[in-house]
Design a protein around this ligand. Structure first.
Ligand SMILES: Nc1ncnc2c1ncn2[C@@H]1O[C@H](COP(=O)(O)OP(=O)(O)OP(=O)(O)O)[C@@H](O)[C@H]1O
Length: 706
């Protein structure tokens, strides 16, 4: 009986909301028509030909096109919330703000201040909200409603309240590909971090699945909304650990209505590199250490391998000669401590001329003025060839390659690294030529770039102006293009460093040198940093990481937020992960997993020889259990071998190493050989990460006790 009447009320309320949603979509269709029309009219204005008309055209076309794009991308689930306020006012909350023809608000943008209460109001602090309603829909059709009655005292008698727990309802849906959209269900503690002030540094910490990545991305969308000029103009940089992860989060930003953020992995932050190779964790830790800066400094000042050991020039019948020691003296004089080698090239040449001039004065008769002496030498091919070999223009890659030579490596690291550390580096640069840099190498290359400076380039030839000449007609380009053209364009595209905001995800794994690399690109930025120290793969002491981070952020003011609810894992799955990390860190505060599925994780203990079959069977079982993604997580060195065991299965099965699994989320996970993951250099904390990736099903397959 109750059920029937509940169902009846639900249908009634759905019909009420459907009516409003219909009004919104009708208005949306009107707005789209208007935007297309404005775009067309804008183009027609070009025919008028006056300068003013052309500028107006630019603005119209640009704004209309952006508006139309927004209207198209925000279509699905446009309206997702409703607030009934004390006093009778009613607001709908959605992916974008929409007003009717009389400028009355039909939907408030989720990022607008008026929508904040939707995320923040609680029964203890209702903030004027009587009833909060979540509206679920599929395209234009309302399919469900969930209410929270926040202020029963203030509720009118006829107010209906339906459903229980919108959050849990939304969480039990499978994730599918990409992160589930959480705009509708952002929780209070998350909302506070998302809307934290745009200045200084916002630090967000929290255990697995607490929504750190979600918060970081929503924050990027929020900042762009709150101060578009500042953040779209300067740009927002979002840095994630790996390419796999960056692809995964790339699908989320457009769904937040933002396509203006720049996404980069740590291996692709520096232009020209797209590194995906990973070093073993202990090697990466040495490469990421601050002490490497001194090592690189030594390398950047070292003599070039195979450089000429002598300079002999026959000049006006006299022999001018500088031997190895003299050449080395000249080089050192030009390159005193801290000097940047590429920038000092001219100074090095000047010193060389000085040395030759001093000799010539004693041995050449009819010596011309010094200037003429220099230009005579500079014209000679043999001398120019010598200069090229003696002091070439260096690229960071060229110098890093020197480290593959054991003798040079020893010389550069002597006294700075321990014997064990030097041993770890030996051989680790061998693959540079054939396979390109590893992710950790990219920070070394960026450091070298700074230590050596850039070879001065010939001034770029001007290409185009602000006018395009086409078919004899002079046409003004779009103002947006002109704006772009007036920026130092090569810099912005190539190695832009003036981001207005930098978001760093999985910050617990950013090495000291990587902090420096990111810091160079955010010197004037405000920052959002999210991470979980308990999930770090950094071996040993993490205080060096903290110090490097602090240096990158220098004295900027900080706000810290802690997220405490795990939305990803079922409580049954998180219990397994918690058991593992508690052994290592008994005092760690763990998040609360709010959702129970009643399905216990499966733990298989099998003989080595059975691993391939049991793993494959487990994956096949999960393929039947869940519709979404399945992650097979392996020890780092065994990825390819194990991928072979599950070859030929559908695309929704992804095989990743425990390190690559960072930040990822799957509906089901099959975790292979936990004991091997735990004894790897990155250890138990990486196993903890791997065990907390699944939303619904977890199977572990082990041949050794763990
Ligand atoms: N308020 C929320 N409502 C519904 N789902 C949420 C909410 N917050 C987070 N989620 C979901 O929880 C999952 C975990 O979020 P996210 O990946 O951002 O967590 P994380 O803290 O970055 O995790 P980790 O540190 O383990 O990588 C995602 O599927 C996300 O969509």
């Amino acid at each position: 009986m109750t059920d029937l009447s509940d169902a009846h009320v639900l249908q009634q309320e759905i019909a009420v909301e459907q009516e409003h949603v219909d009004t919104v979509y009708t208005r949306l269709a009107e707005l789209r028509r208007e935007a297309s029309l404005a775009e067309k009219e804008g183009y027609q204005l070009a025919g008028v030909g006056t300068f003013g008309a052309l500028v107006e055209r630019d603005a119209m076309v640009f704004h209309a096109a952006r508006r139309r794009h927004a209207l198209d991308t925000e279509y699905e689930g446009l309206v997702f919330g409703r607030l009934d306020m004390n006093g009778g006012a009613r607001h709908y909350v959605g992916r974008m703000g929409i007003r009717d023809a009389e400028s009355q608000s039909l939907v408030v943008d989720w990022r607008a201040p008026a929508a904040a209460a939707f995320y923040r109001a609680t029964p203890a602090e209702p903030q004027g909200v009587v009833r909060r309603r979540m509206i679920q829909s599929s395209r234009e059709r309302v399919t469900g409603i969930e209410d929270d009655l926040l202020d029963p005292e203030a509720a009118p008698d006829d107010m209906k309240v339906v459903g229980d727990g919108a959050l849990l309802a939304s969480l039990s849906k499978a994730t599918g590909r990409g992160m589930r959209d959480i705009v509708a269900t952002i929780q209070r503690e998350q909302d506070e971090a998302i809307r934290s002030p745009a200045s200084g540094v916002t630090i967000v910490t929290g255990g697995p699945g607490t929504g750190k990545t979600a918060v970081a991305l929503h924050r990027a969308a929020y900042l762009l909304y709150a101060d578009r000029n500042r953040f779209a103009g300067g740009g927002i940089l979002v840095v994630g650990p790996s390419g796999v992860f960056v692809n995964y989060i790339a699908t989320v930003l457009p769904s937040l209505g933002e396509d203006t953020a720049t996404l980069r992995s740590l291996g692709s932050l520096v232009p020209g590199y797209n590194a995906t190779r990973v070093d073993p964790t202990d090697v990466a830790a040495v490469k990421g250490s601050l002490r490497m800066r001194r090592v690189l400094e030594r390398a950047s000042h070292d003599a070039v391998p195979d450089a000429p050991t002598e300079l002999r020039l026959l000049y006006r019948g006299a022999l001018l000669r500088l031997d190895a020691a003299e050449l080395e003296k000249v080089r050192r004089k030009a390159l005193n401590k801290g000097a940047r080698r590429n920038e000092m090239r001219g100074v090095g040449f000047d010193r060389l001329f000085d040395a030759l001039w001093a000799q010539a004065k004693g041995s050449v008769r009819n010596l011309p003025e010094k200037q003429e002496f220099e230009s005579e030498l500079a014209d000679r091919t043999d001398f120019r060839e010598f200069l090229k070999l003696w002091w070439p223009r260096f690229t960071p890659m060229r110098v890093l390659r020197w480290m593959a030579d054991p003798g040079r490596l020893r010389a550069y690291t002597n006294g700075l690294l321990s014997k064990e550390e030097i041993k770890l580096l030996q051989g680790s640069f061998d693959g540079l030529d054939r396979h390109g840099p590893t992710i950790a190498d990219v920070a070394l290359l960026d450091e070298l770039d700074e230590l050596m400076g850039r070879p001065r380039k010939a001034p770029a030839r001007k290409t185009g102006g602000q006018f395009h000449v086409r078919d004899g007609v002079q046409e003004v380009s779009m103002s947006i293009e002109r704006q772009n053209a007036s920026r130092p364009k090569a810099e912005r595209e190539d190695d832009y460093r003036d981001y207005a905001h930098v978001v760093v995800d999985e910050a617990q794994d950013v090495s000291p040198l990587q902090w420096r690399m990111i810091g160079r690109r955010g010197q004037y930025a405000s920052w959002t940093i999210v991470g979980d120290p308990a999930q770090t793969a950094w071996p040993g002491d993490t205080s060096e990481l903290d110090a490097a981070r602090d240096r990158a952020l220098n004295s900027r003011k900080r706000q810290t937020y802690e997220l405490t609810t795990n939305y990803r894992n079922s409580s049954e799955i998180f219990a397994v992960a918690a058991r593992v990390i508690k052994k290592l860190m008994p005092d760690l505060r763990l998040p609360r997993a709010v959702r129970s599925t009643g399905v216990e994780p499966i733990e298989h203990m099998v003989a080595q020889s059975e691993l391939p079959k049991v793993i494959r069977d487990a994956v096949e079982k999960h393929l039947a259990d869940v519709d979404g993604t399945i992650g097979v997580i392996t020890p780092v060195p065994r990825r390819d071998e194990m991928a072979g065991w599950v070859a030929g299965l559908p695309e929704r099965v992804q095989v990743v190493t425990a390190l690559e699994a960072k930040g990822m989320e799957y509906d089901a996970v099959v975790l292979a050989e936990p004991a091997e993951i735990a004894t790897d250099a990155s250890g138990v904390r990486t196993l903890y990460v791997a065990l907390s990736r699944a939303t619904q099903r977890l199977t572990t397959v082990a041949s050794k006790v763990w």
